[in-house]
Structure formats: structure tokens, C-alpha cells
Design a protein around this ligand. Structure first.
Ligand code: PLP
Ligand code: TYF
Length: 386
């Protein structure tokens, strides 16, 4: 191992590390993207607890399922993610270890389909996207997405950069609750983008990790579903980590859309093969819980109302922050868990050192880390560094 180079810590884990070593009792954690309630706790949903009890009482074996995982989970989640659809053999899905597993497997499929595929990723974006694509041997090209100082989505600059795409390239697109910016394409922008991808033969990798935490389950999936309806081939990567609060249980899914049932069947056999060399079989517990919730009407209703509570809390905090710090009123037009505040490295450092406030060095905050107690403290600290 002498030949290994030391690797830098993930910026997110760096924040965690600094936070844990800060003895100040009133430190504020706006770092890692997990949902928190008003007491700063990341709860287990009551619907999840109930489904877990049912699972423990009724599960009779822990025998392997298959590399495809729990087909009942995939079938139950499909209408929530994809909307009403007809089964004509052009869409097929499987279970993956979290949204990360779906992205990693999607990358492997892209590479197997076309080793020259280049993956376009908007900047700033989710840090792991580029790493996951590169891990599968794909080249990544960044395109403009968001301007932090002016808090604007750079649609024209993005489209003009994308003019360089080659047929067979791929693009990663987040549907709803963008990490790290909280901004979303308008319906017209999604329409223009879908038409462009179709015309230029670019494969969208649609990543949805926060469905229901922005505007609502259907609203957050609008862009994803619109793109699927307008391109022949696409990959859909979904995480149940946030909207079911199942983070460590690694509940995720990958769907492939193809232009005909034969190519989808081929993709399925290749995905099975590649899953075997990545994780062989996915973990069961989290996805079994999701399946039980979604197929039990009373638990399904309870989960939806728990999701409403999480979403309303995030929306409320965005309004409160915008009111308290009018310079940052754009946070109330953004949605989901994150905003990328127009702060520079020095300001982020001062907030940490002088005020015990932790966020990613880029200025990304986890809105859910705020609460009625710490929001005024955060607002006045922000004003003091502006
Ligand atoms: N995609 C985005 C945009 C994310 O922010 C995350 C992280 O939470 C993921 C995918 C991966 O989620 P998971 O924890 O389910 O692997
Ligand atoms: O962006 C976030 O905070 C979440 C959690 O390596 C996360 O997506 C971040 C980084 C990472 C793993 C999970």
C-alpha cells in the first residue's frame, strides 16, 4: 500500500469532523443533507416503525432474493416515481443499494453500451455524481447550471454549452429539490431540454433523491416524467433515503427506459451481471419496509402525511429565513433541503469559527438544520458577516 496517495476528505465529511470536535453547546449543524425535526433529531417515521414491526413478525427467511432485489418494492414505487404508465415492455426497474447504487449501476450500463459516452453534469452539482460516473470509466464534462452570486439558474449558458454534445452522450439531471442549489427548471425549460435531448440523441440520467420534499410527490417528478415521455432511452435513479428516512438502510431503485422491449431485456441481463460484480445482492430491510408501506393503505396514507409535515417544515423555514435576512430572500423561491448561499469561503469560515455555524464550504446549507430556536441566531450571524 506504499504506492497509495493520501486522499482528501469529502467536503461533507470534513464538516462533520469539525462539527463533532467543536465543544460549543449551541453550535448549529447545517452540513450533511439529512432531514431534521424541530429538535434537530433525524427521526424514524412512524409509518416506517409500523412497517418494521410487521416485517419482523411476518418475515420467515433471509434467503437471498436476487441481484434484482424485491420486485414488489419496485412495482409499488413505480407509480409514485413514474406516474401512471402502461406496461409495454419499454420500462423496467430493479432494486439498488440506495440512490448511489442506482447511479453507479447506471454509469456501468452507460459504459457497457457505449464506452465513448461522455457524461454532462451541471455545476455546481452533487459532488458524488462525477465520481460515480468516472468510477465506471466514463469521461465527465461540466456545463454551467447555477450562478451563486446572483442565485440564477443559467439555462441559456447551459444550453449553449450543450450544443457540443455528441450522439450517445449522457446527461445527469436532478428532478426536484436540486442538491446543492434548491433551484428547478421551469416547465418550459424542461420541455425545451427534453426536445433537445431527443433531437440530439443524448441519454438522460434522471436522479431523484428528494421526491416529495420540494413541491409534492407529483410536482417534484414532473420534469423526470416529462423527459421520459419525450426521449426513447433514459435511466432513472431514485433514493428512498430522504423521503422515507431510511438513509442507512440503503433503499434505492434504477429504471431503464428503452425504445423497444428487446433492448430493455438486454439491458436487464446486463444490469444483473454488473450488479453481481458490484454488490451481488442488494440489502433487503429498507426496501421491504417501503413495499409494506406502499401496499398497506393505512401506512401509505400515514407516510404521505409524514412527508407533508417534512415538506411544510422546510417551506416554512425558507420563508422565515427569507423574512429574517432579506438579502437572502431567494431561499424562499428555492425548494427541498438545500440552498447555496452567496457566501464566500471567508464568510463560511467566520460563521464556523465566530458563531459555531457549520455548512459546506461552498455555502450550501441544509435548511432542515434550522429551527425556531436557532434561526434568529443564524440570521444575525449571517448579517454580521455580510
Ligand atoms: N442523488 C443526490 C442528488 C443526492 O443528494 C444523494 C444523496 O443523498 C443521492 C443521490 C444518493 O442517495 P443515497 O443515500 O440513497 O445513496
Ligand atoms: O449531499 C448530502 O449532504 C447528502 C448526503 O459522500 C451525502 O447527499 C453527502 C456526501 C456523501 C454521502 C452522502
Amino acid at each position: 500500500m506504499d504506492t497509495l496517495a493520501e486522499q482528501p476528505l469529502d467536503p461533507m465529511l470534513m464538516v462533520l469532523h469539525l462539527l463533532r470536535n467543536d465543544p460549543r453547546p449551541n453550535k448549529i449543524d447545517l452540513g450533511i443533507g439529512v432531514y431534521r425535526d424541530d429538535t434537530g433529531h433525524t427521526p424514524i417515521l412512524a409509518s416506517v416503525k409500523a412497517a418494521e414491526r410487521h416485517l419482523i413478525e411476518t418475515q420467515t427467511s433471509k434467503d437471498y432474493l436476487s441481484p434484482e432485489g424485491d420486485a414488489g418494492f419496485v412495482a409499488a414505487l413505480a407509480p409514485i416515481v413514474l406516474g401512471p404508465s402502461t406496461d409495454d415492455g419499454t420500462m423496467w426497474g430493479m432494486q439498488t443499494p440506495g440512490g448511489t447504487g442506482a447511479l453507479r449501476l447506471a454509469a456501468a450500463l452507460l459504459h457497457r453500451t457505449n464506452p465513448d459516452c461522455r457524461v454532462w453534469i451541471g455545476t455546481p452539482g452533487y459532488v458524488n455524481h462525477a465520481m460515480l460516473m468516472q468510477a465506471a470509466g466514463l469521461a465527465v464534462i461540466e456545463h454551467p447550471f447555477f450562478d451563486k452570486p446572483t442565485q440564477t439558474l443559467l439555462f441559456d449558458a447551459m444550453m449553449s454549452a450543450l450544443n457540443e454534445v455528441r450522439r450517445g452522450d449522457a446527461i445527469v439531471l436532478q428532478s426536484g429539490c436540486h442538491n446543492p442549489t434548491g433551484v428547478e427548471f421551469s416547465h418550459d425549460q424542461w420541455r425545451a431540454l427534453a426536445a433537445f435531448l431527443n433531437e440530439r440523441g443524448v441519454v438522460p440520467v434522471l436522479d431523484m433523491a428528494y421526491q416529495g420534499l420540494g413541491q409534492g410527490l407529483d410536482e417534484d417528478a414532473w420534469g423526470l416524467r416529462h423527459v421520459l415521455a419525450h426521449v426513447p432511452e433514459a435511466l432513472v435513479c431514485v433514493s428512498g433515503s430522504k423521503n422515507f428516512g431510511l438513509y442507512r438502510d440503503r433503499a434505492g431503485a434504477l429504471w431503464v427506459q428503452g425504445s423497444n422491449p428487446t433492448s430493455v431485456r438486454r439491458a436487464r441481463t446486463n444490469l444483473n451481471l454488473m450488479a453481481r460484480t458490484l454488490w451481488s445482492m442488494p440489502p433487503d430491510h429498507g426496501t421491504a419496509v417501503v413495499r409494506i408501506i406502499l401496499t398497506t393503505p393505512q401506512l401509505d396514507a400515514q407516510w404521505r402525511s409524514e412527508l407533508d409535515v417534512m415538506r411544510d417544515r422546510l417551506t416554512g423555514l425558507r420563508h422565515d429565513l427569507a423574512t429574517a435576512v432579506p438579502e437572502f430572500e431567494t431561499v424562499k423561491r428555492q425548494s427541498g433541503m438545500f440552498s447555496l448561499l452567496p457566501l464566500d469561503r471567508d464568510q463560511v469560515t467566520r460563521l464556523r469559527i465566530e458563531h459555531g455555524i457549520y455548512m459546506v464550504e461552498s455555502g450550501r446549507i441544509n435548511i432542515a438544520g434550522l429551527n425556531q430556536g436557532n434561526l434568529p441566531v443564524f440570521a444575525s450571524a449571517l448579517r454580521s458577516v455580510l
